[in-house]
Design a binder for this molecule. Sequence first.
Ligand code: LR7
Ligand code: MN
Length: 571
Amino acid sequence: WVVSLVTVVREYMSNRVIVSDAKQYNHALNKLKKKQGSTTLSDFEVWNLFPSVGSKLSLNEKLSLIKGPDMPPGVNGKPVFLEKDLRTYVVQLVKKGWKEHAFNEFVSDLIPLNRSLLDPRDEWCKYRNYSTQLPRASVVICFHNEAWSTLLRTVHSVLNRTPRYLLKEIILVDDFSNMNHLQDPLYEYVRKIESIILVRTSHRLGLVKARLLGIKYASGSVIVFLDSHCECTAGWLEPLLDRIVQDDTRVVSPVVDSIHEDTFEYVAQDINDLRIGGFNWNLRFVWEGIPQEVFSEREHPAAPIQTPTISGGLFAINAKFFERLGFYDDQFEIWGAENLELSFKTWMCGGSLEIVPCSHVGHVFRKKFPYRKEGQTFRKNFVRLAEVWLDDYSKYFYQRIGNKKGNFGDVSQRKELRKKLNCKSFKWYLDNVYPQIRLPVDDAANGQIYHLTKGLCLDSANTLGNLRESVILSKCHSQGGNQYWTYTKYGEIQRDDLCLDYILNMITLFICRGRVASQIWYYDMHTKAIRNKNSNLCLSTAKYHTGYKLVLKRCLDTSNQKWIIENFDGK
Ligand code: LR7
Ligand code: MN
């Protein structure tokens, strides 16, 4: 790839932890101090100094928009609520932010770039003695059209909460953004900050190739990756580096806390109810609880814990070890699969994965991706992953995508790498690292469930929490995915650990509850009816002006109650 612009600026080297480094900011700060004849500024005054690019509103206007007394907005990670009755042009600004970023950019812009956060660490963490030989880290942050305030808050949180001697540099990789604030204004802003390298790609690389590019500029012996909408908390880096200095084949992840997409509240995970990483047979990363056996053997809830997978965005890895693992598959496009690739190969090729609960980093979780078109699946990435690492288990993934692999390119080099590194089998990984995995039930029927004549399939986007309309009827597409079901020999209709359920008069997906009657569905091969055991009602189509809906009705052997469960042989 061609790099169009590289800037390394080390204007003022100093050992102090810099609170906020933009020249413009310091200049304004000094001016204000002089004017007031004081040396300290209130939080409020500091907040007022930050130019907010997103909303060009006056201070008074801003103040009038925000509910509640907290100043500056978002202080200590608190949520920011907007007043109910906003002027039309403000409503428009808020809408625009949501549309462009799928989070509340307007609110984010109201919060200082260097806002304070509470220390989310357990007391146990604060008395740890970390190695005196901690390595230095290069922090790589890739972004495509990120909002100004989330990107720079990520950067400032690193600068503010990382001891200088541990931070080699921050590498910002701009993956061909076209938003104005990320052009000259970003360059002007970061060039005044010591130890920031801004790399821009000359065409859209996608997150994996952008990371590979960032790695080339990393000179620290450890590389830390962050998404471009994160906030690091006190002492986040030391415990990660400490695990790596003890064993450089460890790949370690902080606890990923949540920054609310609407209010930007920082919500720390309770480490007594810690989540670790798993995956499902769509090859998507999922969060899971800690298995009981592991839980009871732990030294302390804040002690590092091994995990089958990591979420992929926030982690630290020894640069040499990463190189030995062949970094990432460089044919991965835009988004997805690299997290599991790294997870599988770390375990299979001699390393290990850990979550370190003494390290907390927040991330803005969002429900959709602004850069992703509806229906775009990045299938190629997942097929490449399955081809290289899953051995015979790849069949479970292929069933999920209707066995349509598409053109996934050449994977021979990645297979060679696996051989050269003498990596263990996927079976070994499942048996030893992820024994709690749910294997698809082989003796059940797997596939679509569709109406006999209407060409409509049971379809669910699989989101727990949205009971109403979580299961719908849509045109059959034979691509697996949201129309892929498992009909077990006990009569459950499942998707991973969720079961088709009839509760509160709603047909929905709910956690499988051990074969309760509301989750048992009898299929009659002759009448083709699907009858719910608890209610004794049958699945039916019902016509509405918006199209067909899935409902339960008294069993009457009518044409709207005739279904086919694919691959069901009557057993
Ligand atoms: O073309 C692109 N170029 C980019 O540089 C597309 C994205 N990106 C950047 C983007 O600006 C962001 O900083 O890549 C980063 C990840 O993209 P997100 O934040 O839009 O997606 P995400 O939060 O769902 O990403 C999760 O899954 C991805 C799969 O490829 C990556 O592994 C992300 O790093 C991962 N994020 C996390 O693990 C954060 C923890 C939350 C979880 C789960
Ligand atoms: Mn993200």
